[in-house]
Ligand binder design. Structure first.
Ligand SMILES: Cc1cc2nc3c(=O)[nH]c(=O)nc-3n(C[C@H](O)[C@H](O)[C@H](O)COP(=O)(O)O)c2cc1C
Length: 345
């Protein structure tokens, strides 16, 4: 049995995230938009194409299983099952923070198990801003971590709100951007920057793209609140900060404007729990969507088959929306202009 302070924390995170108490009170904002109905659609529902590319690899759906876990016995089982889902659907999958892989050799298999079970899909490694900012051998460490799991892409998670309310939190990110630039210059795989639920604004996205980041996962507000998760662990509650953050739809709509001047992958996540929000995300400018907590919950409740069915049901709805808006592929869905609810009445 593997036990350490960090692996205990990871175990607590999984348990707490299964409860609905830790979601944002505010929504991700997608309910404020409506699709333009196309009364003359000529789209054949059965011929709608949802395939796309994630960096260099072809994927079957514009969807990614978001970074969650690794570094505990529970995580190994979860990662194995999620990898089977990703492989079955041919979609990308993210690992949870690999910090533990730097600290404890006994835990390596809890991460490596993903590539073992998902040989061909894009695999995303993961490390936190605090580790990037504080290390003076970060290039070697990240090279080690990406090689370890055969990652196609490395994700850097930005989580100042979580660190602020975590007992063991590290709230000093000094040197972060400089070290990110070092990494993007020296390591030859794409880097994605993601939040964990408080969102990334257009200005911050621009700063990240300027230091060589090739993907932005906004991970906005409306789903899991990591302040709430840490507050449950601390038995402390503050309503203002537990709901701090920018809603996912706002982040996607504003960050996508940077596409005029930068080439990058835009991921919509944070409370994405259905196909409607996925289709709206793409219409607002995202290349793909991602979910975390709801996938974990479904895995615990209905195992691998349940998660595969859930994601397929979401994309059946995406196809229905594409039929009703008269678009036959993702490029056309990108170009749809959503209607703000306030304009309808
Ligand atoms: C159990 C659990 C563990 C997580 N661990 C990580 C992590 O290690 N690294 C990371 O970048 N994000 C992590 N996240 C955050 C998610 O990737 C995601 O950004 C966030 O939960 C918002 O998405 P959601 O509303 O779909 O849950 C975790 C989420 C969950 C539910």
């Amino acid at each position: 049995m593997i036990k350490s302070k960090t692996s205990e924390r990871k175990k607590e995170h999984i348990e707490i995230c299964l409860s609905d108490k830790i979601i944002y009170e505010k929504s991700n904002g997608f309910e404020n938009y409506e699709f333009p109905h196309c009364a003359i659609t000529e789209v054949d529902l059965n011929k709608i194409d949802l395939t796309t590319k994630f960096f260099n690899k072809k994927i079957n759906l514009p969807f990614l299983i978001s970074c969650m876990t690794g570094g505990t016995n529970e995580a190994e089982k979860i990662n194995e099952k999620l990898a089977i889902v990703a492989s079955d659907l041919n979609i990308p999958i993210g690992l949870g923070s690999q910090r533990q892989a730097l600290e404890n050799k006994n835990l390596l298999h809890t991460y490596k198990i993903v590539r073992e079970n998902a040989k061909n899909v894009p695999l995303l490694g993961n490390i936190g801003a605090a580790q990037i900012a504080s290390s003076n051998k970060i290039v070697d460490e990240i090279k080690y971590l990406t090689d370890l799991v055969d990652a196609d892409v490395m994700v850097i998670h930005l989580n100042p709100l979580q660190e602020l309310f975590q007992k063991e939190g590290e709230i000093n990110f000094k040197g972060l951007l400089k070290n990110i630039e070092k990494l993007t210059n020296k390591i030859n795989i794409p880097f994605i920057a993601k939040e964990v639920g408080s969102g990334i604004s257009k200005d911050i996205a621009k700063k990240l793209l300027d230091v060589g980041i090739k993907g932005i996962d906004v991970a906005g507000s409306g789903g899991t609140s990591w302040a709430k998760v840490e507050m449950v662990r601390n038995n402390y509650f503050n309503n203002y900060f537990s709901n701090w953050g920018l809603p996912t739809s706002y982040c996607v709509r504003t960050v996508s404007k940077l596409k005029k001047n930068y080439k990058f992958v835009l991921i919509s996540s944070g409370g994405i729990n259905n196909g409607i929000d996925i289709a709206k995300s793409i219409a607002l400018g995202a290349d793909l969507s991602a979910s975390a907590r709801i996938i974990l919950k479904e895995l615990f409740e209905n195992d691998i088959k349940g998660v595969i069915n859930l994601i397929n049901e979401w994309f059946d709805d995406v196809k229905k929306i594409m039929y009703l808006t008269g678009v036959k592929n993702l490029n056309e869905l990108h170009k749809i202009k959503l209607i703000k609810k306030s304009e309808l009445f």
